[in-house]
Design a binder for this molecule. Structure first.
Ligand SMILES: C[S@@+](CC[C@H](N)C(=O)[O-])C[C@H]1O[C@@H](n2cnc3c(N)ncnc32)[C@H](O)[C@@H]1O
Length: 307
């Protein structure tokens, strides 16, 4: 399917350079775990040797349909969550790239229900072929669960008040079904505003992360990358908010040191599995040209030789 919405790839050259670790004609198998509109994928393919391979993943059927436009025998795409990259053969992959979150075509299409800027059904699923929409979940969810989601994934001070307002509205007039209804309800509940930020920003972020199980899947995919990356293989992850970046940072830190067992002081330490290499932010020029890149952080690590 061809949509009018486009996606400007963030940290394009930096991420591809980090992934291919300077290889002019990379001959290995690479994974683009978040195809989106294929900005990174096309740049990787341009640098792959004839025997190289690029395996892409995306949960979104529209992204997968877009990938069908790439006619290249070295390329394939899977309509799956990226936790499935663990199904690839062990130590077979030379690089895994993740460009987390949603694409502009997802946010800008009102029908997808990701944005408070457009009126649309309150959906927010990246994979609309399975699972519950936010509207379906909110129709029956317990007040406490709604509050926890808004607090934990939106880091919202008014989580309890917003959750109470959602439940009260459900009891009085039936469940919320559109983005505008949710945005207005939150705006009516959150009294103080952060400058330049829509009052519903944090609640929308929270519901999106929850309904797509984003943080759980990120953690699982990072763990899976350890088994599929070959020694010297690269892990490159672009995150867009602190909850994601914390997971990536802590994961790399945890596997970038030797772990000693304090109960067995003379035993050999558990060997480290990653070398932390770089932390890269977009240039000023990129941020001016694409404000969405403002919060991006690319972290790069390399699989060590040892197990
Ligand atoms: C920021 S966009 C990627 C843009 C892409 N790098 C480009 O240059 O066009 C994120 C994409 O990843 C997908 N995605 C997010 N989380 C995913 C997951 N857990 N598994 C598979 N795809 C995911 C989204 O559906 C979206 O299409």
């Amino acid at each position: 399917m061809n949509t009018p919405w486009t996606h400007t790839t963030v940290l394009l050259n930096e991420a591809v350079e980090a992934l291919l670790s300077g290889n002019a004609a990379a001959a290995g198998t690479y994974v683009d775990a978040t195809f989106g509109r294929g900005g990174h994928a096309r740049a990787i393919l341009a640098r792959l040797a004839p025997e190289g391979r690029l395996i892409a993943f995306d949960k979104d059927a529209e992204a997968v349909a877009e990938a069908a436009r790439i006619s290249d025998a070295r390329f394939s795409i899977r309509h799956q969550g990226f936790r499935s990259l663990g199904e690839l053969p062990g130590a077979s992959v030379a690089g895994v790239l993740m460009d987390l979150g949603v694409s502009s075509p997802q946010i800008d299409n009102p029908v997808r229900g990701f944005s408070f800027r457009f009126d649309g059904p309150l959906d927010m699923r990246m994979d609309t072929t399975r699972g519950e929409s936010v509207a379906e979940w909110l129709a029956t969810a317990e007040l406490q669960q709604i509050a926890e989601v808004i607090r934990d994934y939106g880091e919202e001070r008014f989580a309890v008040q917003i959750a109470k307002a959602i439940v009260a509205r459900r009891q009085e007039r039936g469940p919320i079904s559109t983005t505008t209804e949710l945005a207005e309800l939150v705006a009516g509940t959150v009294k103080t505003r952060e400058q330049g930020q829509n009052p519903a920003t944090r609640t929308f972020q929270a519901f999106r992360i929850f309904i797509n199980a984003e943080l759980e899947e990120l953690q699982q995919a990072l763990e899976a990358s350890l088994s599929v990356l070959q020694p010297g293989g690269r892990l490159a992850v672009i995150s867009f908010h602190s909850l994601e970046d914390r997971i990536v940072k802590q994961f790399i830190a945890k596997h970038s040191k030797e772990v000693y067992d304090r109960r067995a002081p003379f035993a050999a330490p558990k060997v480290m599995k990653l070398n932390a290499l770089e932390r890269i932010k977009p240039s000023q020029a990129e941020v001016s040209g694409n404000p969405r890149s403002r919060s991006a952080i690319l972290r790069v690590a390399e699989r060590t030789e040892a197990n």
